[in-house]
Design a protein around this ligand. Structure first.
Ligand SMILES: Nc1ncnc2c1ncn2[C@@H]1O[C@H](COP(=O)(O)OP(=O)(O)OP(=O)(O)O)[C@@H](O)[C@H]1O
Length: 358
C-alpha cells in the first residue's frame, strides 16, 4: 500500500476515536500530519495545557486503531502541549512541572556523547567508547539518537530494522557484543526535518524505554550535534550520569562546543569531559606524529571551562576506512594507537566516575 493510502486509512481509523468534549480524533484540529516510514507510523495530538491526562485514553485508542490499520509497523503517538517549564512562579502556583525522571528499564547508567557541531567524529567516539567500556568488562548498549545524521548502523555494520516483539517492545540489534538501536532505522533519510520537535522526542522516548536492553551496565547515547529537542527530552526524562563532549581542534568547533556545555550546566547534567578528535596526524609510513592544527587547543579549552580533558584521538585514515565499513578500531585493531586512544579515554572516565561501574 502506498504511504499516502496508508496514511488515509489510518486517518479514517481515527474516526472511531472519540476525544474529550466529543467528536472524532480524525476531525480534531490538533491532529498532526500522519508520517509513514518504512517501519513506523507517527503522529502527534496537540492539546491545551492541562488536558494531557484527559486525552490519555484517546491517545491509547488512537495507538490501537493505527496499529490495526498498519500491522507490523511501530506506532508512535505523542501528546503535546505548549507549556512553560514549571519553575519558579509556575511551580509556586501549583501548576504541573515536567514529568519526573524515571529509570530506563534494563539500564543502570547512561552516558551521552554530544558535540557543538556535526562531523567532528561524535558517533565514531560514541561507538568506540562503548566498545572500550565493554572491554573493561561492562555490559554496554548504544542508542543512536542523532536524528539528523544517524550513523551508528553504518559504524556497527547493522542493517535492517530491529525486530518488534508481540508486546510492541523492540529487540535491539547486537553488534560486537553491543546492544544497539538507532533512530535511523525508524525513518527515511529525507524525513528528518519532518520529525522535528514532538515526534522526534516521542521517538526517542520509545526507543529508550520500549527496547529490551536486557540488563545493561551502561547505555551510550549518541546525541545529535548542537543543542535541541532531543537533548532536552533525554535530560528531562532520564537520569543521565554524564556527557562526553567531542570537539576537533579548530577554534570554531570549540566555540560551538561551549554552547553545548553551557546547556548541560543549565540543565544540571554532569559533564564527564572533553575529547579532542582528529587531534593529530600519524604518518602511516613512519608513525611520526604531526600536530597539524597546533596542539593543546581542546586541553586548554577544557581547562578554561573547568572540565576534565579526557584525551585526544588521532586523525588516521584507518579510522575513517574501518569505521565506514562497520569495523570500529577498538575491535578491528584493538592494540593499535586509535584503539589505545579510546581505551585511555574510557579509563579516564571510569577513574573520574567510579559509580559508572556500579
Ligand atoms: N579520528 C578520526 N580520523 C579519521 N577520520 C575520522 C576520525 N573520526 C571520525 N572520522 C570520520 O569522520 C566522519 C564523521 O565522523 P562521525 O560520523 O563520527 O561524526 P559525527 O560528529 O557523529 O557526525 P554527524 O554529526 O554527521 O553525525 C566519518 O567518515 C568518520 O569515519
Amino acid at each position: 500500500m502506498a504511504d499516502t493510502e496508508l496514511a488515509a486509512s489510518i486517518k479514517s481509523a481515527l474516526d472511531a476515536v472519540e476525544i474529550p468534549g466529543g467528536g472524532a480524533l480524525s476531525g480534531y484540529a490538533g491532529l498532526s500530519e500522519i508520517i509513514i516510514t518504512t517501519h513506523a507510523v507517527a503522529f502527534a495530538i496537540a492539546v491545551a495545557p492541562g488536558m494531557e491526562a484527559a486525552f490519555g485514553p484517546a491517545r491509547e485508542a488512537a495507538q490501537q486503531a493505527a496499529q490495526a490499520a498498519a500491522p507490523g509497523r511501530k506506532i508512535m503517538v505523542s501528546l503535546t502541549s505548549d507549556k512553560a517549564p514549571a519553575t519558579g512562579q509556575a511551580a509556586a502556583q501549583g501548576r504541573p512541572g515536567p514529568a519526573p525522571k524515571t529509570p530506563v528499564p534494563g539500564v543502570k547508567r547512561i552516558i551521552a556523547v554530544g558535540s557543538g557541531k556535526g562531523g567532528v567524529g561524535k558517533s565514531t567516539t560514541a561507538v568506540n567508547i562503548a566498545l572500550a567500556l565493554q572491554a573493561e568488562g561492562l555490559r554496554v548498549g548504544v542508542l543512536d539518537a542523532d536524528l539528523y545524521g544517524p550513523s551508528i548502523p553504518k559504524l556497527l555494520g547493522i542493517e535492517g530494522k530491529p525486530a518488534v516483539r508481540e508486546d510492541g517492545i523492540f529487540s535491539p540489534h547486537t553488534a560486537f557484543g553491543l546492544k544497539a538501536m538507532s533512530i535511523g532505522s525508524m525513518l527515511n533519510p529525507d524525513q528528518a526535518v519532518v520529525w522535528r520537535g514532538p515526534m522526534a522526542t516521542s521517538a526517542l522516548r520509545q526507543l529508550l524505554r520500549e527496547t529490551d536492553w536486557g540488563g545493561l551496565d551502561i547505555l551510550v547515547v549518541d546525541l545529535p550535534p548542537g543543542t535541541g529537542d532531543i537533548h532536552i527530552s533525554l535530560f528531562q526524562q532520564a537520569e543521565v550520569d554524564g556527557v562526553v563532549i567531542v570537539s576537533t581542534p579548530q577554534e570554531l568547533a570549540l566555540i560551538d562546543a561551549k554552547k553545548a556545555i553551557d546547556m548541560l550546566r543549565r540543565l544540571n547534567v554532569p559533564l564527564l569531559g572533553l575529547v579532542e578528535n582528529m587531534s593529530y596526524f600519524i604518518a602511516p609510513d613512519t608513525g611520526t606524529r604531526y600536530d597539524i592544527f597546533g596542539s593543546g587547543g581542546a586541553e586548554a579549552a577544557a581547562a578554561s571551562l573547568d572540565m576534565p580533558f579526557l584525551g585526544a584521538v588521532p586523525l588516521v585514515m584507518s579510522i575513517r576506512e574501518n569505521s565506514d565499513s562497520g569495523q570500529p578500531p577498538v575491535v578491528s585493531d584493538p592494540t593499535g594507537p586509535e584503539a589505545e586512544a579510546f581505551r585511555a579515554i574510557v579509563r579516564n572516565i571510569l577513574a573520574a566516575t567510579p559509580a559508572l561501574r556500579a
